[in-house]
Write a protein that binds this ligand. Sequence first.
Ligand SMILES: [Fe+2]
Ligand SMILES: [Fe+2]
Length: 314
Amino acid sequence: MPELSQLELETRFQKKIDDNLYIEPKDWMLEKYRQNLLRQISQHAHSEVVGMLPEANWITRAPNLRRKAALLAKIQDEAGHGLYLYSAAETLGSSREQILNAFLTGKAKYSSIFNYPTLTWADIGAIGWLVDGAAIINQVMLQRASYGPYARAMIRICREESFHQRQGFEILLTLCRGSKDQKAMAQDALNRWWWPSLMMFGPHDKDSPHTGDMTKWRVKRESNDELRQKFIDRTVPQADFLGITMPDKDLKWNETTGHYDFGEINWEEFNQVVSGNGPCNRERMNARVKAHTDGKWVRDAATAYANKKRNKAA
Ligand SMILES: [Fe+2]
Ligand SMILES: [Fe+2]
């Protein structure tokens, strides 16, 4: 077979995507596609792992045994999500070590939401309901992403995320049906988590630098603003059911558009948190670096064992 020109390779690659087929690790792919996906999947993996930290804060203080067991299971799920996603990222030609190094040296980002503190038990409910809820909106779209390993990881992850979302909602429902103080605690958590949850969808479409290519490559199928709107439309009736209110005086149903109108997001706060100045950025990074350092002996031992086995076999 004669060798294909770069142009022919690119045309075939794009046609595959347009035909709704998957790109697999050994297929030819555009270098820019590989780099962008590697950035997105590894950031996603880091987010799952850092996301364990704010919730871990409440394991020892969960109000009863059932809540503690459920919270532990949820946090373990997040660890699993991180691992699937690191594996998916590795298929793009980067080693686990390189991917982790980029994160631990601050070069790679993770979701800004995990730089906020969990001050009360109601925050655990708000994280499940809002943060996992926002993640689902994004991840349902990614189940049909063009890169096979990413799409397949998302299918399993989404099943678990929807369970997390319901679990969080149920924590808040219990509080909202409890004493006056418990309901106030739920409202306070909503007040603090609502805007950061909206920020999870990223900047407005007009300010989002990667959207164009990622849409063409069928990684993104809906824009940041569309996904955010979907989340708001779905979540406001749930808050009504709980009997608590979003901290946004501009939030109201728009009969004409069939969507909720809402107030402007504080992008200055978003930029501050993304650039490392959120309330817990330093604490989160220190915790991850410490875990990595403390785990060195385990990695060393596993490598030594694998080498020994390989030498024996040889
Ligand atoms: Fe997750
Ligand atoms: Fe989750």
